[in-house]
Design a protein around this ligand. Structure first.
Ligand code: GRF
Length: 200
């Protein structure tokens, strides 16, 4: 079960989203804000793949978006510096990785401290890395799920904020299992952002 919504009396959270692909978690966050559940503003979306569908989703939602393509930078540090500059220009106070497929450096981590969150499609610490759903299926686990955690330099190892369990069903493929995990991701991420804020 995703967590309940915590009580929060502060200012709306200013979220900068980083996304590389579809952007369904971005949309879930925007919808939670629209529904009045998540007191936040998405200040903008940074995406790194020119063809990423998240771009259209951001446009539909009326959220500013910026293409920052890692292929245009000589190293990960200069790429992250460009991201930080854009996030700061938007006045983002939180970094929300939503299907962000790049490894963060200290250049991105230091300005935001513990205010960087990621969602991962497994019950961490099981199955870190980019093939979590495939590996869970191959391992024959009967329960997997998703995790929202704070981001640290070590990939997929930061402090856990919230998790949701998803049973592995007979006949599951990577696609069917990932689709059910994503349903839970969309329920989990918005309240987990607020939990991260109240835990500060
Ligand atoms: C999600 O499954 C997330 O856990 C992983 O990448 C996927 C992104 O999906 N890190 P979307 O782009 O939000 O639809």
């Amino acid at each position: 079960m995703p967590p309940d919504w915590p009580e929060y009396r502060g200012e709306p959270l200013r979220l900068g989203v980083l996304a590389s692909g579809k952007g369904s978690n971005f949309t879930a966050i925007v919808q939670a804000i629209g529904a009045g559940k998540l007191p936040a503003i998405v200040t903008g979306v940074v995406y790194n793949n020119p063809e990423a569908p998240v771009r259209e989703r951001a446009k539909e939602a009326g959220v500013p978006c910026a293409l920052i393509n890692h292929r245009d930078y000589p190293d990960r540090e200069s790429f992250d510096a460009a991201i930080v500059q854009t996030l700061q220009r938007w006045g983002a106070e939180w970094v929300i990785m939503a299907g962000w497929m790049r490894q963060a450096t200290t250049v991105l981590l230091e300005p935001f401290g513990s205010r960087i969150l990621n969602i991962h499609p497994s019950l961490l610490p099981s199955f870190p890395g980019t093939r979590a759903v495939e590996q869970a299926l191959a391992a024959g686990v009967k329960i997997t799920g998703c995790t929202v955690h704070r981001v640290i330099l070590a990939v997929d190892q930061g402090p856990i904020i919230a998790q949701a369990a998803v049973p592995v069903l007979p006949g599951d493929t990577v696609a069917t299992l990932h689709a059910r995990i994503q349903e839970q991701e969309h329920r989990l991420y918005p309240p987990a952002i607020l939990w991260a804020a109240v835990q500060e």
